[in-house]
Design a protein around this ligand. Structure first.
Ligand code: NOJ
Length: 535
């Protein structure tokens, strides 16, 4: 029998290259820096790395503003460094996922520069969304950028171009066959260089409809799309149903074509995972139909409270919706766009939730530094670089906190990350959170992750579905415990602030914090902790 494809229940480690390891002392991480730490990555027990963009870029949006998608930005190295990274990863049996950014280019891309020169009505402008101003001189419609401010910028001849993100990120016009052809070229370029898959940025955004139509509440909609902006969930959901530029049916045609391209590489099992913030949740399943992409991110755990009903709903919904298209879910607690999970829900809770999630079917994504239990970096406004901060006049602090470089070793900041001044400051308070210090502490978050991922591989990958034991709909303690069995393992998470008894049988495999005791034939799970038992 053919074994399951490598990505099916993989654990994937997200590396933000600028923040991982600096090999040349310029204060920014780079590709040789990643290569030099691959033994560490391998030791975590992950199957693959996903590299956030390292392409030529003026870096107005952390590299998601791509000026040449088929080259490496000098700040990260060069193409030879990329090849070496991939080769070294493969030697260690680690797959490599590249981040592709098809919704927009940088305004420094040669196409956009040519469009500026060629002027209105030119074929160069048709690669983007250029329109004339309204008669009163206002932009073609009232849409608001997801980074704040209008989503249109005017050029010298009076036309406006659309940018759903920063003004330096003009949106591409996917109705234009040239755009399609160029991206297929880019996909082939990286596959031929050795990558094993792609994370597709803003996968739901490529096709725009009604570009000349105003939205009734553009600011509300833009806020609703930003999970860092607090909003009542009913209001948010109602607004999300009205979004005119995301999740249009046309995007699926693009992914069907891409799937054929990926499949043409046969046994290399090239995969793709969609970043698609869509609503209602069932819409996400369309991206992983059999002839489309392989995975779609489930972002619910990036914002979910540490609450048993909320977590049960997220897990149950994701498993059952994916099952309708024969796909498995993905789980992510942190990424480069969100507050780190340890800051958001608490350190112990973050460990408990990670262990809970590692037992579930599907792929687990781990954002570099999460394994150390890193909190968000504490930054001054003068340190900030995220365009969100600038486009909202500082009202929204932005995403830099999650992007502070990793602490590796020693007692003094920048803890071995760089011999220079790191691009974002690393707090001295991270002294006990370095890789070196956590390796020396058997109770550290790092050891928890390493042990958990080893056990996940041994007992849980490929073990099929889950059976709930405790939840709001099962058992008798569903407000304080969440518990399921899968394969021969029982996973119990105690969400409450006091120790809690449960009926789980079997031998303790691992616990996220504290000590599991036995009392009257029952197991006592410590407060805010998860345990696995092997029956
Ligand atoms: C999603 C990426 O994760 C984020 O970092 C970026 O700013 C936007 N897409 C725009 O590319």
């Amino acid at each position: 029998m053919k074994s399951a494809p490598w990505w099916k229940e993989a654990t994937i480690y997200q590396i933000y290259p600028r923040s991982f390891f600096d090999s040349n002392g310029d204060g920014e991480g780079d590709l040789p820096g990643v290569t030099s730490q691959l033994d560490y990555v391998k030791s975590l027990g992950v199957d693959a790395i996903w590299l956030s963009p390292f392409y030529t870029s003026p870096n107005k949006d952390g590299g998601y503003d791509v000026a040449n998608p088929r080259d490496v930005d000098p700040r990260f190295g060069n193409l030879e460094d990329a090849k070496e990274l991939i080769a070294q990863a493969h030697q260690r049996n680690l797959r490599v996922i590249a981040d592709i950014v098809p919704n927009h280019f940088s305004d420094q891309h040669e196409w956009f520069q040519a469009a500026l020169k060629a002027g209105r009505g030119s074929k160069e402008r048709e690669r983007f969304h250029f329109y004339d101003a309204n008669e009163d001189g206002t932009p073609p419609n009232n849409w608001i950028s997801l980074f704040g401010g209008p989503s249109w910028t005017q050029v010298t001849d009076g036309q406006f171009y659309l940018h759903l993100f920063d003004s330096s990120q003009p949106d591409l016009n996917w109705e234009n066959p040239e755009v399609n052809a160029d991206f297929e070229k880019t996909l082939r370029f990286w596959i031929d260089l050795g990558v094993d898959g792609f994370r597709i940025d803003v996968a739901h955004g490529l096709i725009k409809e009604d570009v000349l139509t105003n939205h009734s509440d553009p600011q509300g909609l833009s806020n609703a799309l930003r999970l860092d902006v607090a909003m009542d969930s009913e209001v948010r959901n109602a607004l999300l149903l009205t979004v005119p530029y995301f999740d249009r049916q046309g995007v699926h045609e693009i992914y069907r074509k891409w799937r054929k391209l990926f499949d043409s590489y046969g046994e290399r099992e090239i995969m793709a995972v969609a970043e698609a913030w869509v609503h209602p949740p069932v819409n996400a399943t369309r991206y992983v139909r059999a002839d489309e992409l392989h995975q779609v991110f489930n972002f619910d755990l990036l914002t979910a409270e540490f609450d048993s009903r909320v977590l049960f709903d997220v897990v149950e919904r994701s498993i059952s919706l994916n099952a309708t298209v024969n796909a498995l879910p993905t789980w992510a607690l942190s990424n480069h766009d969100s507050p780190r999970v340890a800051s958001r829900i608490g350190e112990e809770q973050a460990r408990a939730l990670a262990l809970f999630v590692f037992g579930l079917p599907g792929s687990a994504y781990v954002f570099a530094g999460q394994e150390l239990g890193l909190p968000d970096g504490q930054l001054q406004d003068s340190d900030r670089q995220d365009p969100t901060f600038f486009r909202t006049n500082g009202q929204i602090k932005g995403r830099d906190g999650a992007r502070v470089p990793l602490p590796w070793s020693g007692n003094t900041t920048p803890f071995g990350f760089s011999t220079g001044k790191p691009w974002l400051p690393i707090s001295q308070s991270w002294r006990d959170l370095t890789v070196e210090s956590e390796l020396a502490d058997p109770k550290s978050s790092l050891h928890l992750y390493r042990n958990a991922l080893e056990l996940r591989k041994e007992f849980l990958v490929g073990a099929g579905g889950i059976t709930w034991l405790e939840s709001c709909n099962h058992g008798s303690k569903g407000d304080s415990l969440l518990s399921y069995t899968r394969g021969g393992v029982t996973v119990v998470m105690n969400l409450s602030d006091s120790a809690n008894e449960c009926d789980a049988d079997g031998r303790l495999l691992i616990v996220s914090g504290g000590t599991v005791d036995a009392r009257d034939g029952k197991k006592v799970i410590p407060a805010r902790s998860t345990a696995w038992f092997l029956t």
